[in-house]
Design a protein around this ligand. Sequence first.
Ligand SMILES: Cc1ncc(COP(=O)(O)O)c(C=O)c1O
Length: 386
Amino acid sequence: MTNFDFIKNELAELKKTDLLRVPVCIDSACDTVIRIANAEKALFCSNNYLNLAGNKQIIAAAKEAMDKFGYGSAASRLISGTIKPHIELENALAKMFNKQAALVFPSGYMTNLAVLQTIPQKGDLILLDKLDHASIIDAAQGSDAEFRTYHRTQFDKIEKFLASEEYNRKFIVTESIFSMDGDFADLKKLVELKKKYNAYLIIDEAHAFGCMGKTGAGLAEELGLLNEIDIIIATLSKSAGCSGGFVASDKCVIDYLVNKARPFIYTTASSVANSAAGLCAVEIIKNAQDKRKRLKQNADYLREKLKTLGLDTGTSTSHIIPVIIGDNKKTLEISKKLFGKGFFVVAIRPPTVAPGTARLRISVQSDHTKEQLDGLVDALRQVLDR
Ligand SMILES: Cc1ncc(COP(=O)(O)O)c(C=O)c1O
């Protein structure tokens, strides 16, 4: 038998410190209610913000594409894996973001790797928000450019870096809605700074895409800043209920990624079903003002109710509402008790969030009913003895 003691020891340590993670197997489509081990649970931790993951139109579009083009793409995009639905999706995304071109990847994680490890180069600086998503941090760590971090309110620190003459080019990279805190980056201010210092602004709209803006393009659209953002990244895996990440920008940026980005070049193209589903989701999202309105109403309602229980929802102002507990063990216990009461809200612990800030990351869906929202608040009231 191979000696894997070094791994077993580390796993044991994770368990001891309440940091061991185990996937939960779901036996149903993803909606406001799911089935786990033959029991129904109200789902409050998925990113299916607009309830499109099980949308019949999207499923039909995927099926139709599979009937026509098959399932597998069978090669990378630059060999023989570029199939019509991929191009149609990219054209639709470019149009939606009012950019010259767009490029789709098998995941949002790969999109961040591709962009940040290809566009910023040796001698450049990547400026990251401290709480940017792991895919952004990993990407920056593997980039030839240097990277530094700031907290989203430290504009003087950002300015100091932007004013430095040490670097060739400077890239500010931020999520628009922060995935674990549910607050917003100050895009207006960042646009102002990038203009003042002739820097580039890259935003990841993973959690805002579909949920904000007149046509669902995200926070930049909502603020009228789409044309001020140099490179926009997002994913189809959250509100669009599909999978695959994408980037929208000037054509030269996309052409450059096609030629240089290893996560684009050296992987098999995602299935046509994904792209056809994504295209259908984009069309639905453009006209989903009603869903966006309900999502916001639900989120505002739930956040206020949680606050009246005296719970710490941090800086959240969006459909992502953390209830910050702090201690890992306690957070796990609360999550388990909620599960027992029919609510699935996963405990988010380090390293996903900073030590001492373990939390329940509640994510709201547009189709959550008032009964479900009230039910969750009631369950929390009981579990926390409020
Ligand atoms: C801000 C952000 N960017 C990128 C990703 C990765 O997207 P995907 O799940 O499509 O790989 C996530 C996913 O959690 C995210 O929260």
